[in-house]
Design a binder for this molecule. Structure first.
Ligand code: UDP
Length: 459
């Protein structure tokens, strides 16, 4: 192993699934390289961490701190919930500093989630290194760094579609204001939560190191760009980081799955190869009733097989009334948490209708499944640029958290995607699948970057 026994890293995760899941895999990799890892947990996240601790009881510890999260889900105002959760997590600064000060073998490095940027100052206070963990890809992180550095102002009301360009970033992406990060758009000068978040994001770009859930073969140009932006080479792409086995099957967070994994798998087994569309919009998004109705109608008209994950707290009464009877035999609606990774890796699954969350994209690439893209918020518009316009492993079908897709058009897009065995997106997704497998293997770039990171963090 590249690390030395006894090296100790402290991990500070953000609590939502999309942030927590990849950090668990990062933890696992660090332990496999000989490190001891303490992971900050709350009563909410401890159940996710516990299986990993049971597997590595002497190398992983939980530092459970009381944290009263006012709200981490809530589909009506995700941005304000996220702002509150970021601020709440910041209250751990003092308790963590005290813990480090009193520890007999304190950590030599803090690895903190993008939403815990205050941790870099904490690391300075106690004289240790800090590494930013980005659950977003390198392209999205480049956009985020630029936004908080340049602080562009919103356009006037009559010019809302004005594009904001990022000329320094490779391929010069541009987005209308409404597609920029919601956290950034919610910034109000002088407001304490806003200023706290801004300071934390600026601290992220000044961290000692940066680790990204991506890989060089996927986002090499953006990783190079990040190195230029931060002014040093300690930017490590170590992905794909994936859900570790226990989370896959335990049905945590977002509600217990309404279907047993074995039943789901045997249903998929009964479907032909690549005949099933998997539909899931991650852990945070909630569709409104009209959107659910439009999607249901598209799935019905498409006549393809599908597995559709519907969050439990989403309004569906009218939209899904008798829907499941009408599609019985060829369509499965899962209420609650779905075992996404096994679904994507099942040979019956031929395409993925996704909100373009970064973890979902990584998981689809690992499985070689082409995507239909419906970006809704956060970094998802940037991610859609990468997968649909640049890598061309996805096709765009809808855009925006409140969009109501045209069900005829969507049905046609779904149908064509599933029916066309050699569609170019599928062929390219298969190339990415092989690259993703190689990068984590012996001598692969992500595997080597992991070794480098561990070695650097030790010196
Ligand atoms: N996920 C899952 N089952 C679900 C919904 C989500 O396993 O029903 C997992 C998914 O595999 C991914 C994560 O939750 O690892 C969602 O992260 P992503 O970045 O795709 O989206 P977010 O939830 O952050 O919007």
């Amino acid at each position: 192993p590249a690390g030395m026994r006894g090296d100790h890293a402290l991990i500070i995760p953000f609590t939502t699934s999309g942030h927590f899941i990849p950090l668990l895999d990062l933890t696992r990799h660090l332990v496999l390289r000989g490190l001891t890892v303490t992971v900050v947990a709350t009563s909410d996240t401890l159940p996710l961490l516990s299986p990993l601790i049971s597997d590595h009881p002497s190398s992983i510890k939980a530092l459970v701190l009381p944290l009263c999260l006012e709200a981490t889900s809530g589909w009506n105002d995700l941005t304000s919930c996220t702002r509150t959760a970021i601020r709440d997590l910041g209250t751990l600064h003092g308790p963590i500093r005290d813990w480090i000060a009193g520890h007999h073998s304190p950590p030599s490095v803090i690895i903190s989630d993008m939403f815990a940027g205050w941790a870099h100052r904490l690391a300075q206070e106690v004289g240790i290194k800090s590494i930013l963990f980005s659950p977003s890809g390198a392209m999205a992180l480049s956009v985020i760094f630029s936004l908080w550095r340049d602080m562009p102002r919103p356009p006037p009301a009559d010019k809302e579609d004005t594009a904001f360009a990022f000329p320094e970033i490779p391929n010069q992406p541009e987005y209308p204001w409404w597609q920029l990060s919601g956290l950034f758009r919610a910034h109000r000068e002088g407001d304490p939560v806003s200023e706290f978040i801004k300071e934390a994001f600026l601290a992220n770009s000044q961290s000692w190191g940066v680790v990204v859930n991506s890989f060089n073969e996927l986002e090499g140009a953006y990783i190079d760009h990040l190195m230029k932006m931060v002014g040093h080479g300690r930017v490590w792409a170590v992905g794909p980081l994936l859900p570790v086995e226990p989370i896959v099957s335990s049905g945590q967070r977002g509600g217990i799955s309404s279907i047993l994994v074995e039943d789901l798998v045997s249903w998929l087994d009964s479907c032909g190869d690549r005949t099933v569309l998997y539909v899931c919009f991650g852990s945070q998004a909630r569709l409104a009733e009209e959107q659910t109705a439009a999607l249901a109608s598209a799935l019905e008209k498409s006549e393809v097989n599908f597995v559709w994950v519907v969050r439990e707290d989403q309004p569906t009464k009218v939209a899904l009334e008798s829907f499941e009877d009408r599609v019985a035999g060829r369509g499965l609606v899962i209420r609650g948490w779905a075992p996404q990774l096994p679904i994507l890796n099942h040979p019956a699954v031929g395409a993925f209708l996704t909100h373009c969350g970064w973890n979902s994209i990584m998981e689809a690439l690992v499985a070689g499944v082409p995507m239909l893209a419906w970006p809704m918020g956060a970094d998802q518009f940037v991610n859609a640029t990468l997968i649909a316009d640049q890598l061309k492993v996805a096709r765009r079908v809808s855009e925006g958290a409140s969009a109501i897709p045209d069900s005829d058009k969507l049905a046609r897009a779904i149908r064509e995607f599933i029916d066309w065995e050699d569609c170019p997106e599928r062929v390219r997704a298969d190339v990415m699948r092989r690259a993703a497998a190689d990068t984590m293997g012996h001598g692969g770039s992500s595997s080597e970057n992991f070794d480098k990171m561990v070695k650097h963090a030790h010196v």
